[in-house]
Design a protein. Structure first.
Length: 316
């Protein structure tokens, strides 16, 4: 597909996921802007934009993945530099938006970090956010600037549709994942099931029971992210124990911290499908994990924003 980019278009990449940014630039038919990201000896970040951005519509690609705080500071410093260099518009493309799990006060004296990060981005000079699959969709309301919130579900659905699996059931791994499961089930014309569970401690899961018919079926667990993978892998074991024929899993954001990869490798999951919103070294990703690209989705969204076209068709 050929995109029509105006002279004032510029796109930069920071350090979190340059491979994704390069793929997006190739699809858009442009080159990434020149900038350097270095550190002083004490760890402070220094950014130098090596070309003029005066009057430009600038897109900055940066996932706020691990090392999370470092990547957030890179983004904030870059935006401040762009604003002070007279960029006209600054859209940050955040494939993975971190700190989004703390989106409310579940207990007394807790912070709402999803709102804090939104405040920091706005204060630094961001004029628009482009992201995919917030942990909680209502996080869009934390911003007072335009937010284009894309969905990775159609990408995952297309992959499973091509696999042509029979007797599938889409499984929500927890109560909060039912809406997401229904969306994938609608695209694949499949029923849904729910793993009703309780979490005795942070990052630990205990399965209670399964709601829905999974006997003899190919179960597909869907979630927005996999961190330590405890929820999904324990859910897969429960599905097999209750009579599922095979278990697949998918999510948009492969955080994969701590024991995640080891758990997935030793789990009952036949195939785990994720996207490349978060960069991982290819040699560290086992064959059981399939990685799909969000570059075409983001490239189309960037083109629509730049040419002042509706982004809403990408939400369908």
């Amino acid at each position: 597909m050929s995109y029509n980019l105006k002279k004032n278009f510029k796109m930069f990449s920071l350090n979190s996921n340059r491979e994704l940014a390069e793929e997006m630039a190739e699809l858009l038919g442009c080159e990434l802007g020149k900038c350097s990201v270095t550190q002083f000896s004490d760890g402070e970040i220094q950014i130098n934009i090596e070309e003029s951005v005066r009057g430009s519509e600038v897109f900055v690609v940066q996932s706020t993945s691990a090392p999370t705080n470092e990547h957030i500071m890179e983004l904030l410093i870059m935006v401040d530099a762009l604003k002070r260099a007279s960029a006209k518009e600054i859209t940050v493309v955040v494939p993975y938006y971190s700190y989004a799990r703390q989106d409310r006060k579940a207990r007394s004296r807790e912070p709402i970090t999803a709102k804090l990060i939104a405040n920091l981005m706005e204060k630094s000079g961001v004029t628009r956010i482009l992201t995919v699959d917030f942990h909680a969709p209502q996080a869009q309301g934390f911003f007072d600037i335009p937010v284009d919130h894309l969905s990775g579900i159609p990408i995952l659905a297309e992959y499973f549709e091509k696999k042509d699996l029979e007797d599938i059931v889409i499984v929500a791994p927890h109560n909060g994942g039912v809406v997401r499961a229904r969306k994938l089930a609608s695209l694949l014309h499949a029923p849904i099931a729910l793993i009703d569970r309780r979490r005795p401690e942070h990052d630990e899961s205990a399965i209670m029971h399964i709601i829905g018919n999974i006997q003899g079926k190919n179960a597909i667990i869907v979630d927005d992210l996999a961190d330590t993978a405890g929820t999904i892998t324990s859910g897969a074991s429960a599905l097999i124990e209750e009579g599922a024929k095979a278990v697949y899993a998918c999510c948009t954001h492969p955080v994969f911290s701590g024991p995640a990869i080891e758990r997935i490798n030793s789990s009952a999951i036949k195939e785990f499908v994720v996207t490349n919103t978060i960069k991982h070294e290819a040699e560290k990703i086992p064959s059981k994990i399939t990685v799909l690209s969000v570059a075409p989705l983001f490239s189309e969204a960037i083109n629509r924003i730049h040419n002042e076209k509706a982004v809403s068709p990408l939400f369908e």
